[in-house]
Every structure is written in C-alpha cells, then in structure tokens.
Design a protein around this ligand. Structure first.
Ligand SMILES: O=P(O)(O)OC[C@H]1O[C@H](OP(=O)(O)OP(=O)(O)O)[C@H](O)[C@@H]1O
Ligand SMILES: Nc1ncnc2[nH]cnc12
Length: 172
C-alpha cells in the first residue's frame, strides 16, 4: 500500500514557507492506519527493545499501538511542565531560544534498551534531545523509528543512534 497517498500536505502551516505533512488523513483511513502500525512495529522489533519512548504529542499516537503489539511498555517524553511527580529534564537549543523535554524519574530501568518513536524527523533537534534525555536516565538508546523523514532538513546527520524511517520526502 502506498502510505504517502494518505498523507496530506498543507502549505504555509503553521508559518509561511512551511509545507506541513499532515498525518490526520492517514489516521482516518482504517487500512492505511493498520498498515502503518504493522510496518512501524516491524521496524521497531528489529532493534529488540525492552521499552519504547514516545515524543509528545504525535509520537504517542504511534507508540501506543506498537508497544501493545510488541507486548512492551512505553514512556512519554514530554514538553516541560506536563509530567507530575519527580522528573528528569534536558534543555536543548532551538533555532531561536531553547526548550526542555522531561521524562518521569524511575520508569525506564537503567541499562534497558529503548527505542524512540515519533511521527516525523525534520531537523532532528527534538529527537536528538530525547536521545540525550534517555541517556541521562541510564537507558541504552538502541534505535529510533519515524514514519516520515524530511530529508532536506538533514535530521539524520544529527542523530547518533541507528534509525529507520518509512517514508522519505526530498523537501522539508
Ligand atoms: O526534527 P524537529 O525539527 O525537531 O521536528 C520534529 C518534531 O516536530 C513535530 O512535533 P511538534 O513540536 O510540532 O509537536 P506535536 O507533535 O505536539 O504537534 C514532530 O512531531 C516532531 O516531534
Ligand atoms: N513540515 C512539517 N510537517 C509536519 N510536522 C512537522 N514537524 C516539523 N516540521 C514539520
């Protein structure tokens, strides 16, 4: 099945000049959604994870059925201020300014093999910050899996873990 046929592109969202790759149309199509979950699960399984880590918020949509299918748990990598209780944080630089990601303390056992999952790799800033955060809590990041890669933005070069993407687009 051609999954790209189910991803809608919207020009100038959320800012002028950005071509937005919208997964809403894929999620709404039962067969495309099922095929996506199957293919992501195969890619994730190859890294032999003990647990998944999912990046807020679109990453949660994909991580939940994949974790269920593989019979493992998943941990949420969240934007600052969303997680209750003790958290571990990692601040990272954006093009302008900075941001912080957090995970709950004590949920990822030290030394466990973690696979990171998200819908889309653009500049790779969010994914690489997530890798660093997971290492801070003692995880071994075995790999990262994305549905979409915007190859023009060269996020792949920023990630220092093995990675698999299902759909590559030249632009970004
Ligand atoms: O590779 P990067 O340049 O870091 O960009 C990729 C990130 O941007 C999007 O999330 P966004 O921050 O828009 O949040 P959302 O998932 O909550 O919509 C996407 O889901 C990735 O997490
Ligand atoms: N062009 C894009 N489309 C959808 N999500 C994104 N996240 C970062 N860049 C994006």
């Amino acid at each position: 099945m051609d999954l790209k046929a189910h991803i809608r592109t919207i020009p100038d969202f959320p800012k002028p000049g950005i071509l937005f790759y919208d997964i809403s149309t894929l999620l709404a199509h039962a067969e495309a959604w099922r095929e996506t979950v199957e293919r992501l699960a195969d890619a994730v399984r190859a890294y032999r994870p003990d647990v998944l880590a999912a990046i807020e918020s679109r990453g949660f949509i994909f991580a939940a059925p994949v974790a269920y299918k593989l019979g493992i748990g998943f941990t949420m990598v969240r934007k600052v201020g969303k997680l209750p209780g003790a958290v571990v944080s990692h601040a990272y630089d954006l093009e302008y300014g900075s941001d912080t990601l957090q995970v709950a303390e004590g949920l990822v056992p030290a030394g466990s093999r973690v696979v990171l999952i998200d819908d889309l790799l653009a500049t790779g800033g969010t994914a690489q910050a997530s890798v660093q955060l997971l290492r801070k809590v003692g995880a071994e990041v075995a790999g990262a899996v994305f549905l979409i890669e915007l190859m023009g933005l060269k996020g792949r070069a920023r990630l220092d873990v093995p990675m698999t993407t299902l759909l590559g687009y030249e632009g970004g």
